[in-house]
Ligand binder design. Structure first.
Ligand SMILES: C[S@@+](CC[C@H](N)C(=O)[O-])C[C@H]1O[C@@H](n2cnc3c(N)ncnc32)[C@H](O)[C@@H]1O
Length: 293
């Protein structure tokens, strides 16, 4: 855990300006960790508005490093980089984030890509899709932007999260319909049906170990669920059949330890559904796919 605060020496601090080479060398001297190095590069790119290749070739260029040092100190104190920058990358887009929404994760990009491939490879037209627990809107908005003719809805129980997703939809010129719903309760009341449901629900068991920077900054509502982390996915599965059109499919992100419990739940609630689990890029079973007969 890095706790040291950056203190530039007198010469370096002289005019709040510094060469990029000096700024990066000083920052990187705080850790040899590869993830730290990548984050420092990303921070420099964002703060100084540079591309990755600029970072390599503009080393002698002089910058005002005041903001960079402030941000780096917050990062060294444990604050997640993307909350400091107020935006996070997902599927090639930059999403506004704050502490009311989860920071989009790489695994969730994989889940989103699975659904995009399913729809594009099968040439499905005007796919109606719902994202349950939309948070920042990263999944729903990416689907809207990357699948031609798709009709996308996003729901969340948090009105504060919905404020962020609606803003992201505007910023990125998407046309997602976002509204408040406790899982599928409101969706069923509105009598809406979909070809696809996608969800990255809160799935962490309350007793699991969670990194300090996640625990201290990310919203608990987005992370934890009762019943070994299964409460929210189980509630969605109980209502799945009411919102899926014939031959409809559902895509979930899950925790690898939940497979056995999920098999029991699915066999009892949705006996007529086919289902498979898929692994993520790190070889963890991370996705559950269901298909209505
Ligand atoms: C793991 S986050 C996922 C956010 C976003 N989809 C993503 O992948 O980055 C889970 C989201 O589910 C929402 N949520 C929690 N309980 C819910 C419920 N009962 N009904 C609807 N949404 C819920 C949280 O507010 C949070 O935004």
């Amino acid at each position: 855990m890095l706790t040291n605060k950056i203190k530039w020496n007198k010469k370096q601090r002289n005019m709040a300006t510094n060469s990029l080479d000096n700024i990066l060398k000083t920052a990187l001297s705080y850790s040899n960790d590869n993830a730290f190095r990548q984050d420092v590069y990303y921070l420099a790119q964002k703060v100084f508005s540079l591309s990755y290749s600029d970072l390599l070739i503009e080393r002698q260029k002089i910058f005002d490093d005041t903001i960079f040092i402030q941000y780096l100190n917050r990062y060294l104190s444990g604050e997640p980089l993307y909350y400091i920058l107020k935006e996070a990358p997902f599927m090639g887009f930059d999403f506004m984030v704050n502490q009311n929404v989860l920071i989009p994760r790489n695994e969730t990009e994989e889940l989103t890509k699975l659904l995009i491939d399913e729809i594009n490879d099968n040439n499905i037209k005007q796919a109606k899709i719902i994202d349950v627990g939309c948070g920042s809107g990263c999944i729903a908005i990416s689907l809207d932007l990357l699948i031609k003719d798709s009709i996308v809805t996003g729901v969340d129980i948090s009105s504060k999260a919905l404020k962020v997703s609606k803003k992201n939809s505007q910023r990125l010129n998407a046309k997602v319909n976002f509204y408040l719903s406790d899982c599928l309760d409101k969706v069923i009341k509105r009598n809406e049906r979909f070809n696809y449901l996608i969800s990255n629900p809160p799935y962490i068991d309350q007793n699991s170990f969670v990194q300090k920077s996640v625990l201290n900054y990310e919203p608990p509502l987005a992370l934890f669920a009762d019943n070994k982390g299964l409460a929210i996915i189980e509630k969605i599965l109980k209502d799945l059949d009411k919102v899926l059109l014939p031959k409809g499919k559902a895509y979930f992100e899950i925790s690898p330890e939940q497979i056995d419990d999920l098999i029991v739940i699915i066999k009892s609630i949705l006996p007529n559904y086919n289902f498979i689990f898929k692994k993520d890029i790190n070889d963890f079973t991370r996705f559950l796919l269901l298909e209505k007969e």
